[in-house]
Write a new protein. Structure first.
Length: 342
């Protein structure tokens, strides 16, 4: 029994083409396997079950032909197919339970929220490289000058294949990115995000510019940067542990400080860190990190949230936030519904 034969049996089952007896055997097998879902299947169990099924197949194949009447041959084929389904069941169960750790925190109660394919799209046109990430995906990029960019989920970055001229200018058109800039004082490194231009000589900094949040935040980790706004006559100079938030509608610029690097770039390590974060900031982060969609039916959106999560799964995070905000939730496939408790 090879893998292709097993696949065909599964295809027939999913297409509703199996006989009643085949269906009964397959479903009984999956029911028995399901009893073991609370524990990881081990090698010995897998080998034992596979060997048992192989033995049953072998017994049917090696039965002398003279003992099998023409009337009973279909039954023999049925048992062979049923055994194949059992093998398939073991293989599927093994693959599901033995897969390596996911890039995102686990959500055992709702595995479907991590089932969608995540990827990075890359296009080269007119001398520029355009990279975009989907929800749940991040990307690390090395630029021509040796600078590196860590691109967060749901982000778009455009940069030249080769730098030329007096500056090194790239464009963060959407989303969030962490930049570690190669030193070259003669050629300032500039990141353009809408009307905001962040200039550095040799430094590391983070820019968050998700359009749904209606603001752009620049946070400096090391070095020194200058932040210009098209509507402001004077730039803002940032030193390490300082950040500036720019309102995209009013162009108001607010400068603050932060205590820890993880408060700004914890996303690179898979952390969720919120400090007086708006509803849009919190939900954008959750949607991007876990590749889900949040639908708010609670009517509550005007709130701020402070908290951090490092090892918690999605359900724990949602439950904690909802408890704090006195709202309830349900998770269906890859969608989270927020509901009012009243």
């Amino acid at each position: 029994m090879d893998i292709e034969q097993i696949k065909k049996v599964l295809e027939r089952y999913t297409q509703g083409k199996c006989t009643d007896e085949e269906i009964r055997v397959i479903e009984q097998w999956f029911a028995s396997v399901n009893q073991h879902r609370s524990a990881m299947i081990d090698d010995d169990f897998l080998k034992e079950q596979l060997e048992d099924v192989r033995s049953r197949i072998h017994e049917q194949i090696t039965v002398p032909v003279v003992e099998i009447s023409a009337r009973r041959k279909p039954w023999r084929r049925w048992l062979y197919t049923g055994a194949a389904a059992m093998v398939a069941g073991i293989i599927i169960f093994s693959l599901i339970n033995r897969q390596g750790p996911a890039s995102l925190p686990e959500n055992p109660a709702n595995p479907a929220v991590q089932s969608a394919v995540v990827k990075t799209n890359k296009v080269i046109r007119d001398g520029y490289v355009e990279i975009s990430t989907t929800k749940g995906a991040t990307e690390k990029i090395v630029l021509a000058d040796g600078s590196t960019v860590s691109l967060n989920a749901s982000s778009r970055l455009r940069y030249p294949e080769k730098f030329s001229g007096s500056t090194r200018t790239i464009y963060l058109e959407e989303g969030e990115a962490f930049f570690k800039v190669a030193s070259d004082p003669a050629h300032p490194f500039i990141v353009q995000s809408g009307d905001v231009a962040t200039t550095a000589l040799g430094t590391s900094f983070n820019i968050r510019a998700y359009s749904r949040e209606k603001k752009i935040t620049v946070a400096l980790i090391t070095g020194k940067v200058k932040v210009d706004h098209a509507q402001k006559p004077k730039p803002v100079i940032l030193l390490p542990s300082e950040r500036v938030s720019i309102d995209c509608e009013s162009a108001f610029m607010a400068k603050t400080t932060f205590d820890k690097e993880d408060d700004v770039v914890g996303w690179k390590l898979g952390f969720l860190v919120f400090k007086d974060a708006s509803y849009d900031e919190v939900m954008a982060e959750i949607e991007n990190r876990y590749n889900v969609t949040v639908i708010n039916e609670s009517g509550k959106t005007e709130w701020r949230y402070t908290g951090s999560f490092k090892d918690e799964n999605l359900q724990d995070i949602i439950e904690t936030i909802c408890l704090t905000k006195n709202i309830s939730y349900t998770i269906k496939n890859d969608t989270i519904f927020l509901k009012s408790k009243n």
